[in-house]
Write a protein that binds this ligand. Structure first.
Ligand code: AMP
Ligand code: ZN
Length: 113
């Protein structure tokens, strides 16, 4: 998608610290980490947000959870982690290419605020 920063990372047009890649999914470090481990997992397909996934995207969403599990194992996050999908501006979404925040390495509050 034209102008999408995550599509540019996926196409390797701008740099990122990539920690996971397969045919359909990319995982890379957040440029402005909010926890010691803060990784973004994105589908290579441009989907604006969670409200835009369709039936055909459900298997891909499942694969993303599989990728998150693998990354969590590799990074030894067994003591705990949080996965967040901010959806729309009011929920804190600032990049409109669906992404899963994988955060770990500190304690998290609930409710998140
Ligand atoms: P959200 O606010 O949920 O849309 O999350 C977007 C995230 O993308 C933020 O945590 C940003 O720090 C991160 N981000 C924005 N641009 C980049 C980039 N070029 N490389 C890595 N992370 C980025
Ligand atoms: Zn995109």
């Amino acid at each position: 998608m034209n102008g999408c920063v995550f599509c540019k990372i996926i196409k390797k047009e701008i740099p990122a610290k990539i920690v996971y890649e397969d045919e359909e999914i990319l995982g890379f470090c957040d440029a402005n980490p909010q926890s010691p481990v803060h990784i973004l997992i994105v589908p290579k397909k441009h989907i604006e947000d969670l409200t835009k996934i369709d039936e055909g995207d459900l298997a891909l969403m499942g694969k993303i959870f599989g990728a998150i599990k693998k990354i969590a194992e590799e990074k030894h996050l067994e003591s705990g982690f949080r996965v967040v999908i901010n959806t729309k501006e009011s929920a804190g979404q600032s990049v409109f290419h669906i992404h899963f925040h994988l955060m770990s390495g500190r304690n998290f509050h609930w409710p998140p605020g």
